[in-house]
Design a protein around this ligand. Sequence first.
Ligand code: FAD
Length: 433
Amino acid sequence: MLSSGWGRYPGIETTAHQPATRTALCRVLASTPASLIARGMGRSYGDASLAAHSVVMTRLDHFIAFDAEAGTLECSAGVTLSAILAVVVPRGWFLPVLPGTGFVTLGGAIAADVHGKNHHHDGSFSQYVDDITLLLADGSILRCSRHEHADLFHASAGGMGLTGIIVAARLRLRAITNSYIDERLLAAPDLDTTLALLTQHEQSTYVVAWLDVNQSGARRGRGIVMLGEHAATGGLETDCRRPLSVPLDMPAWLLGRPVTRAFNALYYARGARNADSHRVHYANYFFPLDALNDWNRLYGRRGFLQHQCVLPPAGAREALGEILRSVTASGLVSPLAVLKGFGAGNDNLLSFPQDGLTLTMDFAHSADSLALCVRLDDIVVAHGGRLYLAKDAAMSAATFRAGYPHWQRFQEVREKYRALGRFASLQSQRLGL
Ligand SMILES: Cc1cc2nc3c(=O)[nH]c(=O)nc-3n(C[C@H](O)[C@H](O)[C@H](O)COP(=O)(O)OP(=O)(O)OC[C@H]3O[C@@H](n4cnc5c(N)ncnc54)[C@H](O)[C@@H]3O)c2cc1C
């Protein structure tokens, strides 16, 4: 079958194994002489979950243990974050870190060490994982944590499936009294105001800015800063939205310049009008795009690239200016862009978040957008930043090595656990891992 990530670029013919039990999973590993890679919901954008042989983990979706008093949970790696929330929210518990979609498996969330709108306060997903049960290259199953096989834990959390296959994990939940978030929107007419508001409100639990990167001149970098706090009152309802679907691939012009500019202008005006605090369900707050199934088809058959970088604080303002100028100079548009502040990084060898600002932009896939990404990568590297592996489809090995100084240590851990050559993806091959 033809397989791709969420951005639908690149694609590869894959033999997709779909074990439903641990025994079947071990059998897949034993009977596949070639290298392989684990795959969850395929929500990483580029080629991190692509290989000639993939092990799709979504049928390993069992809840193993839930302590509703202590707020701890053990699940198989194929359970999605949405499914976890559906079980724990009615009992007054929540996941401490959520990415922008609930259609992500537990294994995928750990392998990419995903972050949310609260990274500046709460760090990334793996910081709430107590231990990981991993299938290793030799067929053995090992439990690793910060205290036991700590080298394997810190290589596997954020390690993009390259140390082994995550079979299950235990994690800590956050207590909540209701399912709702009080949201406030603050309009910022230019980049400096957007940055000032992000700093001014860094005490808020959730902070993120939607950014209009397609404007130039005085409006360059205008945005809507979105603040969120868990509400004080309300019920413990779960997500009961009925998503609509994009039934077919849309023509590539749909998200071109005129529609993107009109959409961004409307979005900005709507945000500027709604400054008062309003209450939204967690699903609408954290996963707005999940209301539209297959929204990646809006970009057309050729797919799209998502570029996400983090820029250290010292040169972040200058780098952002250069990036935004490069985007407008290219003539390309990004229908959706997001800017947020990260707190300190953690001890994992390849986790993406580090102190600074992270900018995410989408571009329809073309030779021009690939060339633009190379120019953006150069700006990021020149300012000491790095790119997110879960979004990447195109960075060079040199860009990767510049951004991830622990990559050699990562390779040593892989060698120790005999993962080199056994677990590999198109991405790991491109990056020389
Ligand atoms: C709309 C949208 C919004 C997003 N927002 C955010 C965000 O805010 N923050 C953020 O951090 N990310 C975000 N992401 C990215 C997404 O959270 C990550 O790419 C996540 O890893 C996807 O999980 P998955 O189950 O789909 O894994 P896949 O995409 O299938 O795989 C991702 C990586 O995890 C590895 N992997 C998957 N399962 C296992 C396993 N069981 N064992 C070992 N390795 C495994 C794969 O080999 C691959 O390297 C977003 C994605 C989308 C589509």
